[in-house]
Write a protein that binds this ligand. Structure first.
Ligand SMILES: Cc1ncc(COP(=O)(O)O)c(C=O)c1O
Length: 414
């Protein structure tokens, strides 16, 4: 062991973020070979067909019109009161559960996931997520001395694997008597899968069955980071009403993010939204999350909160913003359709895609495949169980031709 100054719990591998590293390599290739000759499908951000980051005009004209003091001032620790109202409307859009609901502003969805893991698990607990998951769930859990247990996301038919979910859910709950499970839907990162309303019923039935033991504490975190790019209209929000009148030992928390829906990735804003049939449980959530805010980042990004609130208060601005999001959503849908069709034509196996920024390709040698694809100037993220292709960052034309390139490389590796 080499000499260490940091305390034992803070020693981590000396490595940079793999996805950001790959994105930097893709940038270098673009400079060298020109953007037409490189496919950069690394980062989870919306990029137009010319390779420029999409920044919603309605959002940034609002931001730039804010008085300096509204940008500079501290926000309240829990978030500005009007934002805490607006964010609930932005999240539920007409499908608000009939329950006690409280919101606390956080720096992006990451902040809410952090609060869920820290505030609702005990040291050594394991949190439950599917086997196609967003890496920071592990990073955050490790940071706090928690672990992550996986269930299989898909069964043989390519549907939500409720049997695997139930098995792991009950195994952990039996041992821990409390369980945080994070379900990243709609538009899962990295697969693009969204639970159907029937699949949500199955999940909630398992939770309700286990809630009959009053000793059990069940916390369902809905990571809704990509919700604004899912389904037609608000159809992918219907499941929220299922969180009405749940037993009081089932607590639901939505990790809401402004990063994608408002293209405000770097502005760090979102909210933890707690839902309970018990007023006490909802209040307890609020004060616990507010304390955690104060202890970690003190308060959130006031300007980002004002952008959402000001757009929400003005019907014309709301309409303009929604039109912009919808046209981006349509662009994304066309790209994803092109990739899915391209995969079919090339005979490339992909995981079931429903919505959102990413499509995944299952394979056993993802790291090698990613390295080989770099040689072809196609940059795609290697995960443990496959490759993640970011349709959000690649033009429709390139989305159509990429599957054949990937198929060729995977076949050569066999
Ligand atoms: C699955 C998932 N959850 C949550 C987030 C949170 O992002 P942010 O903290 O920027 O809101 C992301 C962003 O990449 C994500 O992919």
């Amino acid at each position: 062991m080499s000499f260490k100054m940091v305390a034992d719990h803070a020693v981590w591998p000396l490595e940079n973020d793999a996805i950001f590293g790959l994105a930097a390599k893709a940038k270098e290739a673009i400079e060298k070979y020109g953007k037409d000759n490189v496919i950069d499908s690394t980062l989870g951000a919306l990029v137009d067909d010319d390779g420029n980051l999409i920044c919603l005009e309605t959002v940034y004209s609002e931001l730039k019109s804010l008085p300096n003091a509204d940008i500079a001032a501290y926000a309240q620790v829990a978030g500005q009161p009007d934002f805490l109202e607006a964010v609930q409307d932005a999240c539920f859009k007409g499908y608000k559960p009939d329950a006690y609901i409280k919101a606390v502003a956080t720096p992006g969805g990451t902040g809410s996931v952090r609060h869920a893991i820290w505030n609702y698990t005990n040291p050594g607990d394991s949190i439950l997520v599917c086997d196609w998951f967003w890496g920071p769930y592990v990073t955050i859990s490790e940071e706090f001395g928690r672990t992550v247990t996986n269930y299989e996301l898909f069964n043989d038919k390519g549907e939500f694997n409720i049997i695997s979910f139930k098995e792991k859910f009950e195994e952990l709950l039996k041992k821990q008597k409390r369980l945080v499970t994070i379900i990243n839907t709609p538009a899962n990162n990295p697969t693009g899968y969204s639970l159907s309303d029937e699949e949500w019923d199955e999940v909630l039935n398992i939770a309700k069955e286990n809630a009959k033991d009053p000793e059990n504490k069940i916390i369902i975190v809905v990571d809704s980071a990509y919700i604004d790019y899912a389904g037609i209209g608000n159809e992918r929000r219907k499941f929220f009403t299922k969180f009405s009148h749940l037993p009081e030992n089932i607590f639901v928390m939505v990790a809401y993010s402004m990063s994608k829906g408002y293209t405000m990735y770097g502005m760090r804003s979102g909210a933890a939204i707690g839902i309970s049939s018990s007023e006490d449980v909802a209040n307890e959530f609020y004060y616990s999350a507010m304390h955690a805010n104060r202890a970690n980042w003190s308060n959130g990004t006031r300007a980002a909160m004002s952008v959402m609130t000001n757009i929400a208060k003005d019907p014309a601005k709301t309409k303009a913003y929604e039109d912009e999001v919808n046209s981006t959503k349509t662009m994304l849908r066309k790209r994803a359709d092109a990739f899915v069709e391209g995969a079919k034509e090339a005979g490339l196996e992909i995981l079931p895609y429903r919505d959102g920024f990413f499509v995944s390709i299952p394979c056993s040698n993802a790291k090698k495949a990613s390295e080989e694809l770099i040689k072809e100037n196609l940059f795609v993220v290697a995960l443990k169980k496959g490759l993640r292709f970011a349709v959000c960052a690649v033009s429709e034309e390139k989305c159509r031709v990429s599957p054949a390139k990937i198929k060729r490389v995977l076949d050569n590796l066999k």
